[in-house]
Design a protein around this ligand. Sequence first.
Ligand code: NAP
Length: 295
Amino acid sequence: MTKQTNLGGSFALPGAAPTLKRMGYGAMQLAGPQVWGPPRDIDGAIAVLREAVAAGVTHIDTSDFYGPHVTNQIIKRAIHPYPDDLVIVTKVGARRGEDKSWIHALSRQQLTDAVHDNLRNLGLDALDVVNLRVGGVMRPTEGSIEEPLTVLAELKQQGLIRHLGLSNVSPAQLREAQTITEIVCVQNLYNLAQRSDDGFINDLAEQGIAYVPFFPLGGFSPLQSSALDAAAAALQATPMQVALAWLLQRAPNILLIPGTSSIEHLRENLKAATLEIPFELMAELELIGGGVRQS
Ligand SMILES: NC(=O)c1ccc[n+]([C@@H]2O[C@H](COP(=O)([O-])OP(=O)(O)OC[C@H]3O[C@@H](n4cnc5c(N)ncnc54)[C@H](OP(=O)(O)O)[C@@H]3O)[C@@H](O)[C@H]2O)c1
């Protein structure tokens, strides 16, 4: 595949952090069913990663608890040694139960082990960006994050982590975090239908902090809406492309990490960066998340 120059333009993370193409790739779907164990088609997973990098993607989102370990091992096998401009963003703060559940893992030892697991399985000496994942999946849980974030700030001081982000957090938790260390990105649930973070995104944009929505396509239950279908038909695009293009147009600090295990879906998703949604259609799409139509 030839390198795509237009991946939604670029966004410079704050401070001394790198600049990323706005259209990235989320690697969670590369593990087996329920994000557990190896995938059915490991060669297919490797091909998806290689295609993403060949297309110019510079932002891959992952975690060592995908698989567990499996997704990072596939990333290393597929694209290590990594291109200079590739930024791998990982997350810590959870572990998987034997029943495939997602359990908080926020003690000093668990966080330290998680950072070392990521380093080993990705084959890196330092992690570019690590998100501290707290809260619930559907929404943040208020409460102090000082203890776990202090552990990661210490690991950053030691040179094992270059930059820190947060996942599943509230604006109050971001404010607390910023008294401890610099935060370059926030990763929360957000898409056309899940709009709780509208105000938060605007605040982050003013501060120059990236907002990286997870489940941009709806996650395990992909978005379905007649308004989305109608917009897609009008634009001669697919509904998933419209959902991604809407996010890119929603705010300049939104960076995308759609997840897929399919090369066809990857190509379709990357092309969404070239789709322009006219103002009137953006207003129609606002209604999906219960927004007010602008006239
Ligand atoms: N911080 C957190 O707590 C958290 C939670 C969840 C996810 N994440 C991150 O966010 C990333 C994105 O989330 P996600 O992968 O769960 O959800 P997503 O990107 O919203 O959607 C992925 C789902 O959509 C399907 N899909 C992708 N492209 C498609 C297309 N063009 N047409 C039709 N279906 C398509 C995928 O299936 P196929 O494989 O068949 O394409 C998969 O089932 C993950 O990779 C992960 O890195 C973070």
